[in-house]
Write a protein that binds this ligand. Structure first.
Ligand code: HEC
Ligand code: HEC
Ligand code: HEC
Ligand code: HEC
Length: 432
């Protein structure tokens, strides 16, 4: 009975999937015609999102509304009831003290807050304890925080990556010009490091060409800086799974790798691999398999009071709008049950990723003790290798922003590997 019902859902979803995977540039350009928009005269104008407001008030209103924060059980960006920015920011180092051990020796142990809406992206990279002052901070840090990047790239080509943050920082956060052409408002991505990543041809589960959600893959992926040019590099040379990315880091010393002061291991810092976890992995999530894109859940279609159709631009937790996003397929669930089921999936990952975080921190401190008591080179070498790999697997899931929702089977599989490695390391320490 349940199986039969599921089959029907799958069929409906597959149809939906076919229609949603078609690239969306046409419809955005169509919206432009009706609005009287005929392109901007200069990039200076186009990078200011306020300038798009009079042509596209609904999309602009959504973009502004990313400043609102509604907390969900595991996500949602911040505390809505709090009055000052300081309180709204959720301090990860206080909430999860094991991070100070796992990231010891790396800037994330100095300042690390929960991510929040696009409107805050520029403020949050300006105001961080994590990065050095503006003169020694690389310009590349602006890469995923500002529409100004579109202009920097047009004027300086790849040379802007070698400048300092002070030379490039402006006033514009993530906005319209990051995803839409200033000429006709059609949808397009503006960061060529994404094209360079795709050119490796290593996607296994989806064909990235022409997808609507490539606009999200501009920023919601793991990355590091190129050793010489400081350009942003997507570590996809051999694949997008966690194992393939580890292979990429093993091939050469990368930026965002550091020697951990306690164990002496070479550790790589993973950054928000939403695109990779959702679409790729040894386990493929049902939602990606059905053809759902990032935009289907995070940018549902909406209608104004006078019947105008548009796409919602308030990027936030889909659990704040399950009626618009999930219920079309999950019609046998109520909105409340949909949230409960999603949180059940997340809860399993959330608790494990934190427990493994604590275990990893214990392991790191025990290795440090063993090191100061004296330990043979071969055993230390094995313990350092275990630390490198266990932290890579654990961090890949910990820093991914959905707490496992995007691909719960893959998240569990990767955490299994981290857990087994930490256990192996603990056994070696016990046998000393
Ligand atoms: C992170 C990427 C992103 C940003 C930033 C963004 N958009 Fe969009 N926009 C999209 C996507 C995705 C669609 C839907 C395209 C589709 O379904 O074909 C869209 C659709 C549109 C459309 C077509 C009509 C509609 O609503 O479907 C317009 C017009 C538009 N956006 C204007 C804007 C304006 C104005 C801004 C800035 C205030 C903006 N967008 C910022 C991604 C973005
Ligand atoms: C099937 C629906 C679905 C798809 C498709 C999807 N997401 Fe999500 N996403 C969710 C849910 C549900 C959450 C968890 C929100 C929460 O915990 O409140 C989430 C969380 C997030 C978060 C953290 C938001 C927060 O409020 O904590 C980000 C960022 C994100 N997704 C980006 C993406 C990107 C990028 C893609 C495409 C690679 C994507 N999502 C695809 C449903 C989806
Ligand atoms: C230009 C880079 C960029 C692009 C393009 C982009 N994002 Fe983001 N996104 C960010 C950054 C940076 C943050 C965190 C901002 C902060 O914490 O200050 C963020 C935050 C978010 C959040 C809120 C996270 C939270 O915890 O509340 C969601 C949801 C999200 N993005 C979804 C998307 C989706 C879906 C797309 C594609 C349609 C997209 N983003 C495109 C850079 C980008
Ligand atoms: C295109 C149709 C479609 C959409 C849209 C969709 N889902 Fe699903 N979802 C499915 C199918 C099919 C399955 C697999 C069958 C099942 O387990 O119910 C599934 C599975 C799930 C599961 C796992 C159930 C379990 O315990 O195995 C959860 C939780 C879930 N979806 C939540 C959501 C949420 C939350 C959203 C909106 C953000 C959403 N889905 C959007 C089709 C969809």
């Amino acid at each position: 009975m349940r199986r039969e019902k599921m089959f029907v859902v799958m069929l409906i979803a597959l149809c939906l999937g076919v229609s949603v995977t078609v690239a969306g540039s046409g419809s955005a350009a169509g919206g432009a015609e009706q609005s009287g928009f005929s392109g901007f005269d200069s990039l200076d104008e186009a990078v200011v999102s306020e300038n798009w407001k009079r042509f596209f008030p609904n999309q602009y209103a959504g973009w502004m509304a990313t400043g609102e924060m509604r907390e969900t059980t595991f996500g949602g960006g911040g505390k809505a009831e709090a009055m000052t920015l300081e309180i709204q920011k959720i301090n990860y180092l206080e909430l999860y003290p094991f991070l100070k051990v796992t990231y010891d020796g790396f800037p994330f142990s100095k300042g690390y807050y929960r991510s929040r809406g696009h409107i805050y992206a520029l403020t949050d990279v300006i105001d961080t304890e994590r990065l050095p002052d503006w003169d020694s901070r690389p310009a590349s840090c602006l890469g995923c925080k500002s529409t100004d990047v579109v202009k920097l790239q047009a004027v300086h080509g790849d040379n802007w990556f070698q400048k300092s943050f002070a030379e490039v920082v402006g006033k514009n956060t993530i906005g319209c010009a990051d995803c839409h052409s200033p000429a006709d408002a059609s949808l397009r991505h503006a960061r060529d490091w994404l094209d360079e990543g795709i050119a490796h041809g290593t996607f296994a589960n989806i064909n990235p060409e022409g997808r609507t959600d490539l606009v999200c893959a501009q920023c919601h992926t793991n990355y590091h800086f190129h050793a010489e040019t400081r350009k942003i590099v997507l570590p996809w040379t051999t694949g997008l799974t966690v194992e393939a990315q580890l292979e990429h880091y093993d091939a050469a010393r990368r930026s965002d790798e550091w020697i951990h002061p306690q164990t002496g291991a070479l550790i790589a810092k993973i950054q928000h691999p939403e695109y990779e976890l959702y679409h790729e992995g040894q386990e493929v999530n049902i939602h990606s398999r059905l053809g759902l894109q990032c935009t289907d859940c995070h940018m549902p279609k909406a209608t104004t009071a006078n019947g105008e159709k548009y796409t919602e631009h308030q990027w936030t937790s889909p659990l704040t709008h399950v009626e618009k996003t999930c219920m079309g397929c999950h019609s046998d669930w109520s909105p409340e049950i949909t949230r409960v089921n999603a949180e059940a999936v997340q809860g399993r990952i959330y608790h494990r990723q934190n427990r493994i975080g604590w275990d990893l921190a214990d392991f790191i401190q025990d290795v440090a003790r063993a090191r100061s008591n004296g330990i043979d080179e071969a055993t230390l070498g094995r313990l350092q290798q275990i630390h490198r790999e266990a932290q890579f697997y654990w961090d890949f899931i910990w820093v991914e922003n959905s707490n496992g929702f995007h691909n719960w089977d893959e998240a569990a599989r990767v955490l299994d590997k981290a857990e087994a490695l930490v256990e192996e390391g603990m056994q070696i320490l016990r046998s000393l």
